[in-house]
Write a new protein. Structure first.
Length: 189
């Protein structure tokens, strides 16, 4: 067994328990650069959806060597596009903010946000300040520290729910919508 789960189980990520401790945690006041030119702290009021993803590939589509054998690594673009496609519905359900989060630089993320026509900003944790403060699950690939895919529902700076592992990535936005609807009193309160 490796850090992603048993490879014989296919490329589906396994729950290694690395995100269980996040539930109920307060998000630290850490300034993250956003692709829209702002600086964002996730500890503000309102309901935020933050999906963490390993990395988007460059426009030419070249993945890191060995990427296809890392369970849960593939799917960053489909996940972002699904959140893009459900952005208006999430806002209607009370999500005041939606963010993608990775360890890629803001400059790299800007290209992806533009190419994918994202109506929300991507946040860079290139310095790993938030990942370290929350002890987010990470892995190493291509000489980089990357976030394992997870999604946090943050209300008034407190993590109310965590989706981990996220699989399949393109269905994550649907799962978030179902959770917000089922917990509407909290989300709208």
């Amino acid at each position: 067994m490796n850090e992603f789960g048993d490879a014989r189980a296919g490329l589906v990520p396994q729950d290694d328990g690395a995100a269980a401790r996040l539930l109920g945690m307060e998000v630290p006041s850490i300034a993250l650069q956003a692709t829209d030119g702002t600086t964002v702290s996730l500890c503000s009021s309102g309901l935020s959806v933050v999906y963490a993803y390993p990395r988007t590939s460059p426009p030419e589509g070249k993945a890191i060597d060995g990427w296809d054998v890392v369970p849960g690594a593939r799917g960053c673009t489909p996940q972002s596009c699904a959140f893009r496609d459900h952005f208006a519905e999430l806002k209607e359900l009370g999500a005041s903010r939606l963010f993608g989060l990775s360890t890629q630089t803001t400059e790299y993320q800007r290209e992806a946000a533009k190419r994918l026509h994202l109506p929300f900003p991507l946040l860079s944790d290139h310095s790993l300040l938030l990942a370290s403060a929350l002890d987010l699950p990470t892995f190493q690939a291509g000489g980089m520290t990357l976030l394992k895919r997870l999604t946090m529902i943050v209300e008034a700076g407190v993590i109310k729910h965590v989706f981990y592992p996220v699989h399949p990535p393109e269905k994550n936005a649907d799962a978030v919508i179902r959770w917000i609807k089922a917990n509407r009193i909290s989300a709208m309160g």
